[in-house]
Design a protein. Structure first.
Length: 378
């Protein structure tokens, strides 16, 4: 069984560095850094920002050993109706891989408007396994170096209680160099030359539905989000294709704990470059798999997690899920099915903002993983 160790404290930087930033990744990273509604009230009364700074060990067969540093400031300007989140971070490993990212999430007019912005740069030495379920299962990869610039902006307007709608723009420029001598062992590892130095630029609608009791560490409610991006020459993209990403999270009190569940769907149309296909290992949709080992035109996943307090600041979780990967969304019925399960430990680093330090051990199909990160998986 191949062992994989992953950290996700820098969701923005890592998704960029992997060359696989999705339309939903930055928003989820910003949302995870955001405090709960109760914390918002306390921040407003205190009138001073709250800061969270955390070093995160990084150990990964592809990236090597190193350290990531994440820093977040939480504050609530008068009349905003929600906590603003300003954050940034970086990582460096002994393979000379590094990345840096910043993000901002803001609320205006008593949360009538929500704005998110993010950007970053990465220079990473990674692995490429190929495209499709069969490529992931054969467990053979080649090295590659990717240098990438990433930028995202999203604006949402509250159209009715709990429902927000708006637009999103995303830009990704990636320069890829393959590390190989001679022809590849498998033909699908020979990437098209025009994809190696290219960029994508996408624009489209975005929406959120949020009935959670609090934004961070919820015990009840639903949080759903969806984005559809069109990438085309008219707005500066080297490829013409569309991409949909969506997810629904649910939270239910059960005894002294919380039962949480998540379902997600990703679909990229024909013409998408390899670095913007759907894949597992990036947004915790299916823990237990190395980022990018399984990538293709469409993925789906469903998982459930039980979160239970133990003593003092400690808690524990147990989770299980299943996902699938296929060339396109119409073939999901014949997808390669991937199981996953695991357990985790939680430590309340900040009771005021319900910020947990999380350690998870997960097992997938012929692989395992350890995750160390800030917040919850979803």
């Amino acid at each position: 069984m191949r062992r994989v160790v992953v950290t996700t404290g820098l969701a923005l930087a890592l998704s960029l560095a992997a060359g696989s930033a999705t339309a939903s990744g930055p928003e989820e990273a910003a949302s995870k850094a955001q405090s709960s509604g109760e914390a918002a009230a306390e921040a407003k009364e205190g009138g001073k920002p709250s800061f969270v700074i955390m070093p995160i060990p990084q150990s990964n067969p592809a990236l090597g050993n190193g350290l990531a540093l994440a820093a977040v400031a939480l504050y609530e300007p008068k009349g905003s109706g929600g906590v603003w989140t300003t954050g940034g971070g970086g990582l460096y490993t002994d393979t000379e891989s590094w990345a840096a990212a910043i993000f901002q999430k803001a609320h205006f007019s008593e949360d009538q408007f929500r704005l998110t912005a993010a950007g970053g740069y990465g220079d990473m030495n990674l692995k490429f396994y190929g495209i499709g379920g069969g490529a992931g299962e054969r467990d053979f990869s080649i090295g590659l170096n990717q240098k990438g610039i990433f930028a995202l902006g999203q604006g949402l307007y509250r159209v009715r209680p709990n429902l927000y709608a708006g637009a999103q723009y995303r830009f990704l420029k990636v320069d890829t160099t393959l590390d190989r001598d001679g022809p590849p062992k498998f033909p699908d590892l020979n990437l098209p030359t025009y994809e190696l130095e290219s960029q994508v630029s996408g624009l489209g609608p975005a929406a959120e539905y949020d009935t959670r009791d609090v934004e961070y560490g919820p015990t009840k409610g639903i949080y759903a989000q969806a984005q559809w991006l069109w990438n085309g020459d008219l707005i500066g993209s080297d490829f013409d294709y569309s991409k949909f990403t969506g997810s629904v999270n649910g939270y239910h009190g059960m005894g002294n704990g919380v039962l949480a569940w998540r379902s997600s769907l990703c679909a990229a149309s024909d013409g998408a470059p390899f670095y913007d296909l759907c894949l597992f290992g990036q947004n915790n949709d299916l823990r237990g798999y190395e980022t990018g080992q399984y990538r293709d035109g469409a993925t789906w996943a469903a998982q459930a997690e039980y979160r239970h307090p133990l003593f003092w600041r400690f808690g524990a979780v147990a989770f299980a899920g299943v996902g699938g990967i296929a060339p396109r969304i119409s073939h999901l019925g014949d997808s390669t099915v991937l199981p996953a399960a695991g357990i985790g430990l939680r430590f309340a680093a900040s009771r005021k903002y319900k910020v947990n330090m999380s350690l998870d051990a997960a097992w997938g199909k012929d692989s395992s993983a350890i995750y160390f990160y800030i917040g919850e998986a979803f």
